[in-house]
Design a protein around this ligand. Sequence first.
Ligand SMILES: CC(C)(COP(=O)(O)OP(=O)(O)OC[C@H]1O[C@@H](n2cnc3c(N)ncnc32)[C@H](O)[C@@H]1OP(=O)(O)O)[C@@H](O)C(=O)NCCC(=O)NCCSC(=O)CCC(=O)O
Length: 197
Amino acid sequence: MVREGKLHLLLTLRSMQLRRSPGQVCFPGGKSEAIDKDEIDTALREAKEEVGLQPEKVEVICRLVPGIDKMNHLVTPVVGFIEDTFQATPNPDEVSDVFVVPLEYFVKPLNYKTLPYKTSTGYLSRMHCFIYDDHEHKVSFKIWGLTAHFAVFLALVVFRKRPTFEVDYDLDDLISSSEKNFMNLYASLYKRKKSNL
Ligand SMILES: CC(C)(COP(=O)(O)OP(=O)(O)OC[C@H]1O[C@@H](n2cnc3c(N)ncnc32)[C@H](O)[C@@H]1OP(=O)(O)O)[C@@H](O)C(=O)NCCC(=O)NCCSC(=O)CCC(=O)O
């Protein structure tokens, strides 16, 4: 969404009652169901369930290169544009807060650290970790892991500028290098699956 002339990302704080990743920041989303035609359908259905966003209020822009979560699920980000007038109605079973962050924060953060990260298959990567202070609501959010990975990639695609921290992409060939990173990660998981057969 555009707020005060700047692109913003809408994020959620997961409910503490959730079995998986309680209290962590993520995008609205979830597992695909048989009724979903594709990942876009899944994303729109989940956004409606979690934050009350009506699918017809979303202008879907694109899908991004998938990521892989710690359970080795394939997670496909869907990018959509929404109006600034959207008023979230968080489903309290799943979401305890909804907030927005300027997209630019993910290339030029005020509070950032990087953590080296080794996947279950030994693939070496890095995890971004951002602390975002929402001054209007006097709350701070920690945005890290898979969520930060997607936010950084989208910010790089949109702004096409060098971030103030290191990233694992060739910035002159962003899309290909992100596909290559994904394929390497995917291949390392596939190899392990095969050897466990
Ligand atoms: C991947 C999503 C979008 C999935 O959302 P939800 O968990 O709300 O999905 P849900 O529909 O409620 O999930 C219902 C069940 O489906 C499973 N499920 C969810 N997404 C799936 C997928 N893509 N493929 C297969 N199964 C999937 C869940 O494990 C869960 O199983 P069970 O009921 O059996 O559990 C989210 O969990 C997420 O964004 N996680 C990352 C949050 C994050 O970045 N945290 C910070 C660092 S931690 C980190 O980055 C590591 C990555 C990670 O969190 O795995």
